[in-house]
Design a protein. Sequence first.
Length: 537
Amino acid sequence: MRSKPSFLIATFLLVLGSASLAGQQAADLVLTNGKIVTVDENLPEAEALAVSGDRILAVGSADEIARYVGSSTRVIDLNGRLAIPGLIEGHGHFMGIGNAKMILDLMSVNSWEEIVDMVAEAVRTAQSGEWIQGRGWHQEKWDHTPEPNVEGLPVHYSLSDVSPDNPVVLRHASGHASFVNAKAMELAGLTRDTQAPSGGEIVHTPDGEPTGVLRETAQGLVGGAYSRDQSTRSPEDVAAEAREMARLASEEVLSKGITSFHDAGVGFSTVDFFTQLADEGNLPVRLYVMVRGSFDDMESSLDDYRVIGYANDHLTVRSIKQVVGVARLAIAHGYQLNTHAIGDRGNREVLDLYERTFDANRGKEDLRWRIEHSQHLSESDIPRFAGLGVIASMQGIHSCSDGPWVYQRLGETRAAQGAYVWKDLWESGAVVTNGTDAPVEDVDPIASFYCSVTRELKDGSVFFPDQKMTREQALQSYTLNNAYAAFEEDIKGSLTPGKLADITVLSKDIMTIPVDEIPTTRVVYTIVGGEVLYEGR
């Protein structure tokens, strides 16, 4: 129930609007009596805005916008709260978020023993032979090193003891390693004599037994056994599971104020699924999809799958996500290329590849190729991003998560010169974007915004404070810059008349409140195309 003051304001606006609406287009939705940060340099702040259909009609003072209120206009009194452009997740894995909601959540565990207890609890309710999955563990975040261990990672014995009849696969937070139990190794035929595939590693104990840790492509050894098990399921069950993942992912991101999502790498079959959801009206979040697959699959399919603004701007497919560049394909088929690179050598190799490609294709401008993560750079490569027009697609939250162990991996000098150097990149003229890489991290943009402006670690220390973003930069990195990185700055990223009415309303003004209050901010409304799709309590 609305409070009496809110009701009186809405009534006043309705009467005033009706009296002055002659010759004026009535709005479908009006937000008023708040602070609106537009990320539009022509009108940086306002008190109210009007929406017609799925577009922003007008932005201005409460008195100016009152003229757009008609008899059927929905009026939301912001009561002084902050409205900003709909937040855009710049790099995440949409279906992965949904999948993470359906398996064991290991992101917040403090020890290996806690993980074993969670698996034991899952076994109690599972059928014999049923696969138990989890994701999110990170040994660097545990409060002590397990015993026994190899390279700080546990050995499978205690896990296998509590799950003798159930294969278990627990993915690392990064997705680049998995921990499996004895039953999973048995089903995969994985023994001490098994050779790791190219690009992968099976970690062994000193006496040669597999520990249960599989890195990179070695995860596929157990993945094959899981796929064989899943192949016995009916197509109806598989489809129902995919729909549930998509539903849970949509629900999660909308609750976090996200209106658009850059999905960092899916196969063509997943694009087909997204298209089906969009056709049905079951894709509430706008997706900017990066495709990935084999060279041959992409060469034969890219032209058929390229689409921009499908289903009222809910689905765009025009970029490729690869760990190793496929520059020729991207250029030939008019796709943006977004290459995964984290370390300084990887980033340099990608920048070199991009530079050679750009030099060989003069006349093809505004390519906006990206490097996904760009986390550690050589000092001499920092200005090359702006010089080449390459976008640094970064994740603010990663510096706070990774900060405690960056020094021991890189050393203080290299870390200081090139680790998560948002400010240096920004000041060089590069476009820096923001996101979470969810489900590697929680998709919550407030947490990533907070880390972007504080770089504060869990112990209260600050990770290279000279690289903090300003609050204005952090907001732009989550809105207009992400829109630019998807060629969508003309329709998204700022609260500008004519753009899509994608709006996030927050309970607190994250632009001005004391910095330690930012994490307590919650999402009040998430509005996509003028429709309120989430209302917080």
